[in-house]
Design a protein around this ligand. Structure first.
Ligand SMILES: CC(C)(COP(=O)(O)OP(=O)(O)OC[C@H]1O[C@@H](n2cnc3c(N)ncnc32)[C@H](O)[C@@H]1OP(=O)(O)O)[C@@H](O)C(=O)NCCC(=O)NCCS
Length: 149
């Protein structure tokens, strides 16, 4: 999601490898048969001492086809990723980050029920703007279940 340009064939190969990946559960979002966006979900480890259960956390993100923005797809996609992470993959915690000035993404994450845990001052590099502030959001499985019994 952080790339500013992609090599189409490399990108295609990356997506083709997702169905056999143990850690990459990225997906596309469709509406009436058209792809309207991409959702990213990677299994990761947090920091921990020996004995820490492996791959209990996910990092998610999303990107819409620009023409499809503003119609609720971003919010649906974020909720779908959380549903996959908690209800299908049984993850313990899911995280997501966005630039602090990305109000659409802030709203998507908050409408999906995620909790803002960090405001990182100039912690993110933007290709045109340089160092900018970032927000980190997270949600735990019991928080998800409380809202989706
Ligand atoms: C961020 C993104 C996924 C939002 O998707 P979307 O489908 O437009 O979002 P929704 O239609 O579900 O709208 C979610 C909320 O954001 C608000 N919103 C949308 N565009 C906005 C904008 N430019 N500025 C402020 N708020 C905005 C909507 O009003 C809505 O809030 P509301 O329900 O309180 O009115 C989409 O704009 C996108 O793909 N952007 C480029 C990639 C990106 O930034 N990805 C996230 C990186 S962290």
């Amino acid at each position: 999601m952080l790339r500013t340009r992609v090599e189409p064939e490399t990108f295609r190969q990356e997506w083709l490898s997702i169905p056999t990946s143990d850690t990459d559960f990225s997906c596309v979002a469709q509406c009436d048969g058209e792809i309207v966006g991409m959702g990213f979900l990677d299994l990761v480890d947090g920091m921990g001492q020996p004995g820490m259960p492996q791959r209990t956390q996910g990092v998610m993100g999303y990107m819409l086809e620009p023409d499809c923005a503003g119609r609720g797809f971003g919010t649906d996609l974020a909720r779908g990723l959380l549903c996959a992470a908690f209800d299908r993959l049984g993850l313990r915690r899911v995280m997501a980050s966005c630039n602090a000035d990305n109000m659409a993404s802030v709203r998507v994450l908050e409408k999906a029920g995620m909790r803002r845990e960090q405001h990182g001052i100039q912690d993110s590099w933007h290709a045109e703007l340089g160092w900018v502030d970032g927000y980190q959001y997270a949600l735990l499985d019991h928080e998800w279940r409380n809202n989706h019994p």
